[in-house]
Design a binder for this molecule. Sequence first.
Ligand code: NAP
Length: 286
Amino acid sequence: MKIAFTAVSGQLGRTIANCAIEKFGRENVIGTARTPEKVKDPGIEVRKASYDYQEEFAEALKGIDVVVLISGMAAPDQRIIQHRNVIDAAKEAGARKIIYTSIIGKDGNSTFDAIVQSNRQTEQDILESGLEWAIGRNGLYLEPDIEYLDNYVKEGKITNCAGDGKCSYTSRDELATAYTSMIGDDSLNGRIYNLAGEAITQQQLAELFNEAFSTDLQYVPISVDEYLRFQVEHNGEFLGPIIAGIYQKIRNGEFDIKSDFEAVTGRAHKSVREICSEGRGIKKAN
Ligand SMILES: NC(=O)c1ccc[n+]([C@@H]2O[C@H](COP(=O)([O-])OP(=O)(O)OC[C@H]3O[C@@H](n4cnc5c(N)ncnc54)[C@H](OP(=O)(O)O)[C@@H]3O)[C@@H](O)[C@H]2O)c1
């Protein structure tokens, strides 16, 4: 069975591909990348393919049985078209099955919801593709928060608009375990899985960081409007509302979901405490 991963230059694509190498053998794992020169330590065949060009993808997916489509980063309308390019290319190239990395989230009206909706549209496109399929809805990665820890420490606090809302977090390593199961086990086909660990508040996150990293962070909630203004000022008109909308969804309980991780992998998801303790390694590596 030949498996192709899109966006293997990115962190999730690379992490799942590395896990798949262990299970399916290096010779059966192929990476695709818009920018192949960015692929770190490939050790696998890498083929050039951008989500913007269906023909390029159809060529790159020749001889592939299972395609793992990593969600893109473009604006929602563009992203839907890009994902359709990959789905259509997979069909054109004769692939048997497609797996898609989507996002958790109940419907809401935050500034992140257009992104969630674009992921839901791709899910629908996959359901209607005629290919065999399995879809994961990813919880929020913990790693970006761990990588941001020095900034939290400088400020002495974690500040956002999540309030008392709970969020179901995960890590790219945990997701890699789940997607590797979904690749190999066809009895998991035809379903959408929430892939995340326990749901925690930002107050609990601050406490777990303090425990794991010997910090002394407080959680300081602010209003949705104030946080949106802050994010737009610091991260601009595209990314700012996306980040602010994520915390608005947490505030509204829309990222507090029931996980299917154990049904997919056969084991419980690691706790946030365990991921944070492994995260000490992430901190040292930076
Ligand atoms: N659940 C979460 O917490 C969370 C957080 C952030 C993002 N996400 C989603 O999860 C996805 C994977 O996350 P990540 O951590 O791996 O992000 P990442 O490290 O930033 O990687 C993003 C990847 O997308 C690729 N890409 C972007 N536009 C492309 C295009 N037109 N054609 C082909 N490849 C393209 C990038 O390729 P280049 O190297 O060429 O730029 C890169 O490989 C993201 O794209 C985003 O949709 C989820």
